[in-house]
Write a protein that binds this ligand. Structure first.
Ligand code: MRU
Length: 352
């Protein structure tokens, strides 16, 4: 099932808010539809929103090319649209990374018409998409190397860091898929992931569709599962990783890392280079997206709390690097000291 496809000048997105009960696609011909889809989590997961935004910029450039303004004004309008698209979700750096990558390419080239810009953006957006597919595969192989010689492995994961969240196999779920194909995986425990249930709606759906053994648990069952000896390792994705190795990921990830430490269970994070914020050291500076009260006060339109009460709804939390056993990337497995290993990652990215 494709989650993102660019076809006939249209961005086709699988509407993830409808899963698992309905498989529906949205056809975006206007960049504002892409912005709405990102904001409303129709397309979600850090790498996937980066890929979608890349294609969204083609639509933004196309719109500016149809007005009667001089080229420099068309270009300024395009930059304004790009900024709006970039700000739809603040925590996952992949979104800003993809938009900035395309804007830098446009600014560095001496284009004289919007139609040349559209051609160049299309090429770059397709490269970003293809690259993500390839990075997922490399990450999966490196991640599986952490489990060499182990059999009957039971992994706990949180949220959805799978094919639905990326262009390819997934980050955390890419590693899990590789362990499954090696015959080493016994079970994936999927956290339901309150409040929007990415774990039950998406991860359990994705794994079940692919015949990978999955057991669903609500988030508050993770401590029980660990205490009962049901979990050998935790693997999660990431929305932003700082140069110290602090990791922002779906709300609840930090709690899992604390639990894993208390039960002496390795806690792994899987993410491509586009999730690293090489300009930020301390995870406390990561902007945390606060979402609407309604997501907590009701579920799919049905109230689940009294109206008029206060709600806390951060979409992400930050796990300090001390709690992370290793970070799986396409370049290899990064071990602590993360300041050093992330610097090496940055150097190899710069050499590409
Ligand atoms: O709010 P979401 O569903 O976009 O949150 C997604 C996550 O937190 C994922 O774990 C993260 O983006 C990594 S996806 C490979």
């Amino acid at each position: 099932m494709k989650n993102i496809e660019w076809r006939n000048e249209t961005l086709i997105l699988l509407d993830q808010t409808k899963l698992p009960t309905e498989v529906e696609y949205i056809h975006c011909t206007d960049w504002r539809q892409v912005a709405e889809a990102i904001k409303m989590l129709r397309v979600r997961g850090a790498p996937a929103i980066g890929v979608a935004a890349g294609y969204g910029l083609i639509l933004a450039a196309r719109e500016t090319s149809t007005n009667d303004l001089p080229f420099n004004e068309q270009l300024s309008e395009f930059y304004e649209f790009a900024e709006i698209l970039k700000e739809t979700r603040p925590t996952a750096i992949n979104l800003a990374w993809a938009v900035n990558r395309i804007l830098s390419m446009v600014k560095a080239s001496a284009f004289t018409s919007m139609s040349d810009i559209i051609t160049a953006i299309t090429k770059e957006a397709e490269i970003i998409h293809k690259e993500d597919i390839e990075l997922n595969t490399r990450m999966a192989n490196h991640g599986a190397s952490l489990f060499e010689g182990q059999q009957q492995i039971r992994i706990l994961t949180h949220c959805n860091a799978g094919a639905l969240a990326t262009g390819g196999l997934g980050t955390a779920l890419g590693v899990i898929r590789k362990l499954h194909s090696n015959g080493q995986l016994a079970m994936v425990y999927a956290d339901e992931t309150r409040p929007l249930l990415q774990g039950s709606r998406l991860t359990a759906f994705e794994l079940h569709e692919d015949g990978i053994p999955v057991t669903l648990e609500t988030d508050n069952m993770a401590a029980y599962a660990m205490q009962q000896g049901l979990i050998d390792a935790v693997i999660v994705g990431a929305d932003r990783i700082t140069t110290k190795g602090d990791v922002a990921n779906k709300i609840g990830t930090y709690g899992l890392a604390v639990l894993a430490k208390a039960h002496n269970i390795p806690f792994y994070v899987a993410a491509p280079y586009s999730t690293f914020d090489f300009t930020m050291a301390d995870g406390r500076n990561i902007p945390i997206e606060m979402r609407s009260d309604d997501e907590v006060l009701s579920f799919q339109g049905v109230p689940s709390a009294p109206t008029g009460i206060k709600v806390l709804n951060p979409a992400f939390d930050v796990t300090p690097h001390e709690l992370i056993s290793a970070i799986i990337t396409e370049e290899g497995v990064l071990q602590p000291n993360y300041e050093m290993s992330i610097k090496q990652l940055q150097d190899s990215v710069n050499k590409r």
